[in-house]
Design a protein around this ligand. Structure first.
Ligand SMILES: [Zn+2]
Length: 342
């Protein structure tokens, strides 16, 4: 029973997207921006560019994971199965989201006496928190005489900001688009003070962005189904070997959907972007081995060079647009390899 490490990097062109908005000021909705430092000549230059946060990708990934796990008959807590990732942050949330799991085990929240039992209970009861981690930090936890003061589980998957690729930094655009909700001629249009001018016509601006973005996701299966927080029990498997494998399969399937269906981001009902994967590299290894950043165009070449220098039983699967293999075939092969190692 191995623990495959899966590292995904890619470049994807997203046109006219509003996937990650930060705030609205009046009728103006802003796209997320982040500072990026690049070297130009002998100097460093800071540019503010459109971005999609890792939190946004993580939310999408966990929503897909919840669906995959449920479809396989695996446990997912009540809140995670609804796409609400409060993840056991306090007693009330724990009691509410794991009602069924408490019943299943014939337990009550007060039966959980320490952090080891708590992590075991949450891992067995929710695949999303097993894979994506949780933070149990009840108010006044430090002063508690009984029960668990705090416990945390680090996420077993890693992702980060999608920013425009290096060659496109200066050319990535954010543009406010005017929209109006047409209501003229209806009784719902408010009248001005003199009762003359129609004012109810709603106009609003949504910032859209277009750029080739970098994408990154790593999945470390080492601790899936295993205790991490209590050092005396760290590494202990608390689900069956078969179930651990099934959980890894669900995590990989969620990864496939995340890439193929661009399963993250907001405002997709009216600002569905055009999506075009330019390239993708997936490394499957027996231990930590990450594909270099796709920020610069030569990342697949650099990945191959890295593989020549250092390998963790690593196999590299790559897709480039116009190449021999489709992105679906590349994902298929990588997922099959990872499952064979699990
Ligand atoms: Zn959960």
């Amino acid at each position: 029973m191995g623990s495959p490490f899966i590292s995904v990097r890619g470049r994807v062109i997203l046109n006219a997207e509003a996937l990650n908005m930060t705030e609205s000021v009046g009728n103006y909705v802003k796209h997320r921006r982040v500072p990026v430092v690049v070297r130009r000549g002998g100097e460093y230059l800071t540019l503010f560019v459109p971005a999609i946060s890792g939190e946004s990708i993580a939310h999408g990934y966990q929503a897909l994971l919840a669906k995959e796990a449920l479809a396989r008959g695996l446990n997912v807590c009540d809140l995670c199965s609804k796409g609400i990732f409060l993840k056991s942050s306090n007693d009330r949330i724990l009691a509410k989201s794991f009602e069924a799991h408490f019943k299943r085990l014939g337990k009550k929240p007060e039966d959980i006496k320490d952090a080891y039992e708590l992590e075991k209970f949450i891992i067995t009861g929710c695949v999303v928190e097993d894979v994506g981690g949780f933070l149990f930090a009840p108010a006044g936890g430090g002063k508690r005489k009984v029960g668990v003061n705090q416990a945390k589980r680090t996420s077993n998957f890693y992702t980060g900001y999608m920013i425009p690729v290096a060659e496109a930094l200066e050319n990535a655009v954010i543009e406010p688009q005017l929209h109006s909700r047409y209501a003229l001629g209806t009784e719902f249009v408010e009248r001005g003070e003199g009762g003359e001018r129609a004012q109810g016509q709603m106009i609003y601006y949504v910032e859209i962005a277009s750029a080739p973005y970098v994408f990154s996701l790593d999945i470390d299966t080492k601790y899936i189904g295993r205790i991490t927080f209590d050092t005396a029990h760290a590494g202990e498997l608390v689900v069956s070997k078969e179930e651990r494998k099934e959980r890894i399969a669900a995590a990989l399937e969620a990864m496939r959907k995340l890439v193929l269906e661009l399963g993250f981001g907001a405002k997709k009902t009216r600002f569905l972007p055009t999506i075009e994967w330019e390239s993708l590299a997936i490394a499957v290894s027996d231990d930590v081995w990450t594909v270099p950043t796709p920020f610069t165009a030569d990342y697949i070449e650099r990945a191959k060079k890295k593989l020549n220098a250092v390998s963790e039983g690593t196999k590299l699967y790559t897709y480039t647009k116009g190449g021999e293999e489709t992105i679906e075939e590349v994902l298929d092969k990588a997922i099959e390899d990872a499952l064979n190692r699990a």
